[in-house]
Write a protein that binds this ligand. Structure first.
Ligand SMILES: [Zn+2]
Length: 271
């Protein structure tokens, strides 16, 4: 599943090819995504210039003068640049064709992704208005997490993955940053110390930042016609390693389910 780093890297990969360009046409081959692709998308975008793009949580927001095209990759989506005339494959559902023949192509086998049009301020949209801050914001620090978690009996891992607390900390990154911070995933969020939260907020940024950096090097080819941008393979300490030795102390890593998500930790390193 594409996580925040994939979204950041995808946006960085595609934006230089389309920023400042005028839309010539929109081709919707299948509008039945998580929410229907608006029927009027072609009329809305044809002749308009894509001014800029940014990411908010796992949404990509492409700005036009009269609104935003909002794309979410869902469970299996990807976005890439192809040249006009490259034949679409089965799951290539939407093409935004720009003047000059550059095409932004949205592919999504499982169709949990979305392509929506937003008028007005994106932050007010129902999908965005309740989201917490971005993980790289300065406001995400030990004090913020500590204060917000007082009295909370939910596990620290679920607290960290709550989009209203901070966006973009997916399962892999929650597992990894808790390991690096020496915090046991099922510990109640309200019982984690201020000092541990300071460590944790730093490690969340480190782990996500490293994934973005690695993605930037492994996913150079957003404009290639062959293949699709894959998802990142990274060096992971605990995620996917249940039953294997801890890379720090050699104890066997434990795997449990927490909020239906696979959770792996070291019983010696994480308290
Ligand atoms: Zn260990």
């Amino acid at each position: 599943m594409p996580e925040l780093p994939e979204v950041v890297v995808t946006l960085r990969g595609v934006l230089p090819h389309i920023k400042g360009k005028r839309v010539a046409d929109v081709v919707v081959r299948n509008s039945r995504l998580r929410w229907p692709v608006p029927e009027s998308l072609s009329e809305l975008l044809a002749g308009k210039v894509l001014v800029d793009g940014r990411q908010r949580a796992k949404y990509m927001l492409f700005r036009f003068d009269h609104g935003h095209l909002m794309i979410h990759l869902g469970m299996s989506g990807n976005l890439r640049i192809v040249q006009k005339g490259v034949a679409p494959a089965t799951h290539d559902h939407v093409d935004i064709v720009f003047e000059g023949g550059v095409v932004l192509r949205f592919t999504d086998p499982r169709r949990f992704g979305s392509v929506l049009w937003l008028e007005g301020e994106p932050e007010q949209h129902r999908l965005l208005q309740h989201l917490g801050p971005e993980p790289f914001e300065e406001s995400i620090n030990g004090n913020y997490l500590y204060e917000l978690s007082r009295g909370k009996t939910t596990s620290i891992k679920q607290f960290l993955m709550d989009n209203q607390v901070v966006v973009g900390v997916g399962n892999i990154y929650a597992n990894e940053s808790l390991f690096l911070s020496g915090i046991r995933p099922k510990k109640a969020a309200g019982r984690v110390s201020r000092k541990s939260y300071e460590l944790l907020s730093g490690n969340v940024k480190t782990v996500l930042g490293r994934a973005i950096e690695q993605g930037g090097t492994t996913l150079k080819d957003f404009a290639g016609n062959e293949g699709k941008p894959g998802y990142f393979k990274q060096q992971l300490y605990v995620y996917g390693r249940g039953g294997e030795p801890c890379l720090n102390c050699q104890s066997l890593l434990k795997e449990i389910r927490l909020g239906q998500r696979s959770t792996v930790y070291c019983p010696s390193c994480q308290k």
